[in-house]
Design a protein around this ligand. Structure first.
Ligand code: UD2
Length: 310
């Protein structure tokens, strides 16, 4: 049976991959995206896709949409995703990252709409600068930016609605996701998209710090697979899961991997460490793997496929 799927932020990097997967499965997909970060070009031409250039903060629009379609799956991926932006515009980003999502939950509750699954994209940012590694979902959190505070609080809202009402939800904490369609435009874009773009254009990459900072880089197709699992596995309802690979590498190692995938040499300019940067990050993914998840892409496989896609 075909499903009807809402993807807020569906024209964005991760959202567009979720959209693609559902279209490939023959489902009907509705995207709501204000194109503040997303791009129309990220979306395929497909009769089963309906696109609305709208902000999720338009609560009347969102309410009407939810009632009209009665979605089977709801992906809450729309966000102001740049941490720096949320520090500069805390109230505006709060309205997007938290309030608009609460309004969606309220619309569902009040209109008695009962999707099969709600998937909320939280972030490794919820762990903040706490030094303990690897990060576990049942470990401490210390959200330290407007972005992280809203992600954490909204994660709790979504899971609380899941527990209180018949609104089965799963929250996922993304680590450093990379892959095709990640937009390298801002200095706060994912570092791997900035590196690949510098390799393509033979431009200088600014390395903040010594390059020995570590990240758990996860390929976007593994993220899509984890989200699919979260749609299907009822044991995951009401819970939060790290989405990552469970291994980390230094930025210098990641650069080497991309150099070898591209056959090119990166020109580096060393700059001081970025203010508030986290030095080491790695996820414990045993909670997710216990649900049946296995990451399919190690870094070299992901880097090679990413480079090929450009
Ligand atoms: C990621 C998320 C962020 C937040 C945070 C929480 C992305 C894009 N950002 O930030 O939203 O969730 O995790 O922990 O996923 N770097 C350079 N040169 C550049 C850009 C970055 O050296 O031009 C360095 C940067 O200083 C950092 C590392 O690369 O040490 C990774 O940077 P990032 O912005 O890709 O990701 P991160 O982990 O800081």
């Amino acid at each position: 049976m075909n499903k009807t799927v809402l993807v807020t932020g569906g024209a964005g990097f991760i959202g567009s991959h979720v959209v693609e997967r559902h279209l490939n499965e023959g489902n009907t997909v509705v995207v709501v995206d204000d194109l503040s970060m997303g791009l129309l070009a990220n979306l395929p031409e497909n009769d089963n896709l309906t696109f609305f250039e709208k902000s999720i903060t338009d609560t009347t629009f969102m309410n009407d949409l939810l009632v009209k379609y009665n979605f089977d799956y709801i992906y809450l991926l729309a966000a102001i995703a740049s941490v720096a932006d949320t520090i500069e515009r805390p109230y505006e980003s709060h309205q997007v990252n938290q309030e608009a999502n609460i309004a969606i939950l309220e619309s569902l509750r009040i209109n008695n709409l009962r999707p099969q699954r709600i998937l909320f994209s939280s972030s490794a940012a919820t762990y903040g600068t706490l030094p303990d590694l690897p990060k576990r979902e049942d470990g401490p959190v210390r959200p330290a930016t407007a972005y992280a505070i809203d992600k954490y609080a909204t994660e709790r809202f979504v899971l609380t609605y899941s527990a209180l009402y018949d609104l089965p939800a799963v929250a996922v904490r993304f680590f450093n996701v990379y892959g095709p369609r990640q937009n390298p435009k801002s200095p706060y874009s994912g570092v791997l998209s900035i590196i690949t773009s510098a390799l393509q254009e033979n431009s200088v990459f600014r390395l903040f710090g010594d390059g020995l900072q570590t990240r758990d880089f996860v390929y976007v197709k593994d993220v899509v697979a984890a989200l699919k699992l979260a749609e299907e596995n009822d044991q995951m309802v009401g819970e939060v899961f790290n989405v990552a690979t469970g291994t980390s590498r230094t930025l210098l190692d990641a650069i080497k991997g991309l150099e070898s995938a591209s056959g090119k040499k990166l020109t580096l300019k060393k700059e001081p460490e970025r203010l508030g940067d986290i030095k080491y990050s790695e996820a414990d993914i045993s909670k997710l793997t216990s649900m049946g998840y296995t990451p399919m892409y190690d870094f070299n496989a992901g880097a090679a496929e990413y480079w090929e896609s450009l």
